[in-house]
Design a protein around this ligand. Structure first.
Ligand SMILES: Nc1ncnc2c1ncn2[C@@H]1O[C@H](COP(=O)(O)OP(=O)(O)O)[C@@H](O)[C@H]1O
Ligand SMILES: [Mg+2]
Length: 392
């Protein structure tokens, strides 16, 4: 019997006994072995529909998905990482193409590959949001709805808005940022109706992502709101998130905030922003990417980006921008004094580093209290783990 004949036999057997999960998993394994990943995925999905908790099926699904990504069907983080660290070569600074990293959301076409480092955040996004959006069938097989929401939180200037714009880049037209100013205008006018309209449009274009930046401003604890009008906006938002039950299928909400503890807890219940994702200060590869961007069209000499990245722990994206400014100013003033263009050197950075300090400390001071006293439900487990690892 030829190899494909074996597959054919198994296909026939599965067609004859569609409910026998073990049989179907044999087929999945064989299809994966033959590189027929898409078919394997389909059968995996069916197997999981029959037996949602099946451990073998889950393991197979994982394997098949990674097979798919290797063959271009999904996103391969390790390759992206390589690309990023390739770019981290200092020589690159000279011929940097400003393809990606511009200012925040105003940067059109930013993709997750443009976000330096932050592998864990990317993986969580892939798992919780991008994967299900791309494969709604698989999500269904897991009994997971492609709705609900994810709240990005962390110190200011560390990439939440930037990461959200990268998610937008991944999803193209199916990403709707909801500006706070829109919501406030609505409040003055017909807030409830307009908020409902936003959600209706989103539902019509599902699957899609609605993005609320600085959600603490709209979703403040209602008790803190003296304006009853504003309270209505929050209530309407809750109602729209809840009309969830079936109508929000395929509508994913993404929020970002520096102050998750100021977000109305009602907004964090199941079906709303029920998962939290901590966006920490950039890790060394992220710092290298940020520094590279800010130095992209300046005269440089002997800049060791990796060394700079290593000597700037806890610096936010904004702090790094400040550091680059400061070092550049030094080189500029030297140039003016000597009358010749002096490139920015490591010496300029050493001096600048004496003045520019990371600004994330204040956030962590508050966060430590929250982690200590307000983590009964485990929402801040990631934060607790991080603080412990840093012995804060
Ligand atoms: N991982 C990263 N890779 C590249 N640039 C980053 C990264 N993280 C942050 N930045 C830069 O830092 C700046 C501040 O990030 P931002 O998303 O505005 O922070 P937040 O929304 O958390 O306050 C952005 O303009 C972005 O250029
Ligand atoms: Mg922001």
């Amino acid at each position: 019997m030829s190899e494909d004949a074996v597959v054919d036999e198994l296909l026939a057997a599965v067609a004859a006994s569609p409910d026998v999960v073990a049989l179907r998993l044999r087929l999945v394994a064989l299809l994966a072995e033959r590189g027929r990943h898409a078919e394997a995925l389909e059968h995996c999905t069916v197997a999981l529909r029959h037996d949602p908790g099946n451990a073998d099926a889950m393991a197979a699904l994982q394997q098949v998905s990674s097979g798919l990504s290797a063959s271009g069907g999904g996103f391969d983080w390790s390759a992206a990482e390589e690309q990023v660290s390739d770019l981290a070569e200092p020589a690159f600074v000279q011929d940097y193409q400003p393809t990606a990293v511009e200012e925040d959301v105003a940067r059109p076409g930013v993709r997750l590959v443009d976000v330096g480092g932050m592998t864990e955040v990317k993986e969580r996004l892939e798992l919780a949001l991008l994967g299900p959006m791309r494969n709604p069938e698989v999500a269904k097989a897991f009994g997971k709805n492609t709705r609900g929401g994810l709240l990005l939180y962390g110190p200011p200037g560390c990439g939440k808005t930037f990461i959200a714009s990268a998610v937008a880049g991944e999803l193209g037209a199916r990403f709707y940022p909801v500006a706070l100013s829109d919501v406030l205008d609505m409040w003055l006018g017909n807030s409830e109706r307009n908020l409902k309209e936003i959600f209706d449009v989103a539902r019509r274009s599902a699957p899609c992502v609605l993005f609320f930046d600085e959600i603490d401003a709209i979703g403040q604890k209602r008790s803190q709101l003296r304006h009853s009008g504003m309270r209505n906006v929050v209530n309407q938002l809750l109602a729209e998130l809840d009309s969830a039950q079936d109508r929000n299928e395929g509508v994913f909400v993404l929020g970002a905030t520096n102050h998750p503890w100021d977000v109305d807890t009602a907004l964090r219940r199941p079906g709303r922003f029920d998962r939290m994702l901590l966006v920490l200060p950039p890790d060394p590869p992220a710092r290298a990417a940020i520094l590279r961007y800010h130095l992209r069209d300046r005269p440089l000499s002997g800049i060791d980006l990796d060394a700079l990245a290593r000597s700037t722990p806890e610096f936010s994206g904004a702090d790094l921008a400040h550091l680059c400014e400061s070092a550049t100013e030094r080189a500029m003033s030297d140039s003016i004094n000597t009358g010749t263009v002096q490139p920015v050197t490591m010496g300029d950075f050493t001096t600048a580093l004496r003045e520019v300090k990371p600004s994330t400390g204040a956030w962590f001071a508050t966060a430590r209290n929250v982690a200590t006293f307000a983590n009964a439900d485990g929402s801040y487990d990631d934060l607790v783990r991080y603080l412990k690892s840093r012995k804060r």
